[in-house]
Design a protein around this ligand. Structure first.
Ligand SMILES: Cc1ncc(COP(=O)(O)O)c(C=O)c1O
Length: 393
């Protein structure tokens, strides 16, 4: 019996080697990876530039030192994150939940600084922000919350893409300090916010003096064809939460602030032993520079469009919906379809099913057009066979 705590229903496959968008299991079987560790492995596997940078950093002997000394790599990584987000101050941590937890703390501190005794944050139905007590309380899923009550107070929930619901709260609730939104909900089923809605939501925040917090842990870092979704909508938020693809597989998160949230955290307000260590920062710097220099955002748009349009033309009329942006794609079926994950593994394809009935694809941003077509070629017969079986049952 394994001593690993049983918190995931794991597939009985172990990947032991990777190259590009391909993975190999212990038996030597090869898989096309359309998941990238759930939006983590931005540069795929064994990217020469990434491997060299990490190896060089390890050889230097200075991996973590301490947050009590200057960390030049952290300064260089923060400059890059500030440049791509358009914001000012970067707090580095080690995971997505730490990034959203820090964002929640920024919002509360911002509220207190404005004289709100018990600041609250508007959050969305079906959102996922993490599994710490505060972030699971912000998450819009009873499944994630059940068994961990009492929940952290101070969250008011509204449906995604419903501006009136937010306006009504603005009229009657004087304790709101911020809105936190995943502009494309990942765990919730690739639910895409309308860009017009995001712009209007930002206007409401501006009128009310609330922070706009964009949780781009899953949808950010170039996957959508731009660095961040708010850039498609053409405005700047006050806080951005990042992790997953930020460092191509090395655990790093970041809470990035600017505009109304600039200067909210003062010395002593927040910290992390491992946050911003030289190894992690090397991974951030290399990921950002490689995305830029290899044109990976344009690639995401191009390859994402191939996958999306091929899926629509081949199975669009047999499924509930096919949606996404760039290399963040969901195929919603009319019935639960978790078993497709296993069928795909049998066929040498790595995908995921979320929200019970949404096939989720988040491939590495280096995926080529030909590999994108292969994803479709492998997936379509599996979906058709699944639907035929259901129809016959
Ligand atoms: C949008 C979003 N926010 C936060 C998190 C939490 O990240 P982590 O699992 O690194 O704590 C996730 C993870 O799936 C996520 O998708």
């Amino acid at each position: 019996m394994s001593h690993v705590m049983n918190t995931y229903a794991r597939q009985p496959v172990a990947f032991v080697r990777g190259e590009g968008v391909w993975l190999w299991d212990e038996a030597g079987k090869k898989y096309l990876d359309a998941l990238a560790g759930i939006a983590v492995n931005t540069l795929g596997y064994a990217h020469p530039r990434f491997s060299k940078a990490i190896n060089d950093r390890v050889k230097s002997g200075v991996v973590p030192t301490s947050t009590l000394f200057r960390i030049p790599d952290q300064e260089a990584a923060a400059d890059r994150v500030a440049e791509i987000t358009g914001l000012d101050e970067v707090f580095f941590c080690n995971s997505g939940l730490e990034a959203t937890e820090a964002a929640i703390k920024v919002a509360r501190k911002y509220g207190h600084d404005k004289g709100i005794a018990e600041p609250a944050i508007i959050v969305m139905e079906k959102a996922f922000h993490g599994r710490s007590l505060a972030t699971l309380s912000a998450t819009g899923s009873r499944k994630v919350q059940a068994g961990f009550e009492p929940l952290v107070q101070g969250f008011v929930r509204v449906p995604l893409n419903d501006l009136d619901a937010v306006r009504q709260i603005a009229e009657r609730n004087r304790s709101i300090a911020a809105v936190m939104i995943e502009p494309i909900q990942g765990e919730g089923g690739i639910n895409v916010s309308r860009l017009e809605y995001l712009r209007d939501l930002k206007k409401v925040c501006d009128e009310a003096g609330w922070l706009f917090i964009s949780d781009e842990v899953q949808c950010g870092m170039g996957r959508s064809g731009k660095w961040f979704i708010y850039q498609h909508a053409g405005f700047q938020p006050d806080v951005v939460a990042l992790a997953k693809g930020l460092a191509s597989g090395v655990p790093v998160g970041a809470c990035v602030v600017g505009n109304r949230a600039k200067g909210v955290f003062k010395p002593g307000n927040h910290g992390s032993t491992f946050g911003g260590n030289p190894l992690a920062m090397t991974a951030v710097i290399t990921t950002i520079d490689t995305i830029k220099e290899e044109g990976l955002m344009a690639n995401s748009t191009r390859v994402g469009e191939i996958i999306l349009s091929s899926l629509k033309s081949q199975i669009g009329n047999q499924v509930a919906d096919i949606r996404g942006m760039g290399l963040m794609i969901g195929v919603e079926l009319k019935e639960p379809c978790g078993e497709l994950v296993e069928h795909a593994l049998d066929a040498g394809l790595v995908i995921n099913v979320t929200a019970d009935n949404v096939i989720r694809m988040l491939p590495p941003l280096i995926m080529s057009e030909a590999e994108g077509r292969q994803v479709v070629e492998r997936l379509v017969p599996l979906v058709k066979a699944f639907l035929d079986k259901r129809a016959a049952a």
